[in-house]
Design a protein around this ligand. Structure first.
Ligand code: MN
Length: 204
């Protein structure tokens, strides 16, 4: 049997203190090294459990296992997208250009309107959730989504362009319970080049 692959925790594309003062080094270390790592380890543990059960010919609780697997894999994928759509404030622009700038203006009327709607989406995601900008697979229109936990409310057709993690573990050390302050800070460290690259890759 061919070797099976497992998930691995990606390194951050910048230093742990590079997003300060918007995200502190302590907050980023905790979020990446503990929380993201837990989703990677959790997903791999389930894959191993499935491998063993299949080899042994034993049954697994399919409903519970698949739920747990999608939660952990979803968490791993979303966090990987999140780290890469952030950048140090000094190395990014306030607004996107290129195809992304055009697409957002065309869909929302203005960048300001997009920012307002995304902020509201991220701010009102219930409990542990994400604000998400995606591209519809049918119309190529930019679309906003709220992902609850890591996997609920996902339209399978949508290609994700940008995410914002609004779980408390993403901001509690820096902003306590004040999620709106974290969402406001986020706009200073969006890697618009990366988000634009994701869009252009899809449209190619
Ligand atoms: Mn998180």
């Amino acid at each position: 049997m061919a070797d099976k692959k497992f998930y691995s925790l990606p390194e951050l594309p910048y230093g742990y203190n590079a997003l300060e003062p918007y995200i502190s080094e302590a907050q980023l270390r905790l979020h990446h090294d503990k929380h993201h790592a837990a989703y990677v380890n959790g997903a791999n543990a389930i894959l191993e459990r499935l491998d063993k059960a299949r080899q042994a010919g034993t049954d697994v609780d399919m409903k519970a296992t698949l739920k747990e697997l999608s939660f952990n894999v979803g968490g791993h994928i979303l966090h990987s997208l999140f780290w890469a759509n952030l950048a140090p404030a000094a190395k990014t622009t306030k607004e996107p250009g290129g195809a992304l700038g055009d697409a957002l203006k065309n869909e929302f009327g203005s960048f300001e309107r997009f920012k307002k709607e995304f902020t509201a989406a991220a701010g009102s995601a219930e409990g542990s959730g994400w604000g998400v900008l995606a591209l519809c697979g049918k119309t190529n229109r930019p679309v906003l989504m709220q992902i609850e936990k890591h996997n609920v409310n996902v339209a399978p057709n949508e290609r994700i362009l940008m995410v914002l993690d609004v779980w408390e573990h993403a901001y509690y050390l820096d902003y306590k319970n004040e999620r709106p302050k974290f969402v406001e800070a986020f706009w200073n460290i969006v890697n618009w080049n990366e988000v634009n690259k994701r869009l252009e890759t899809i449209l190619k």
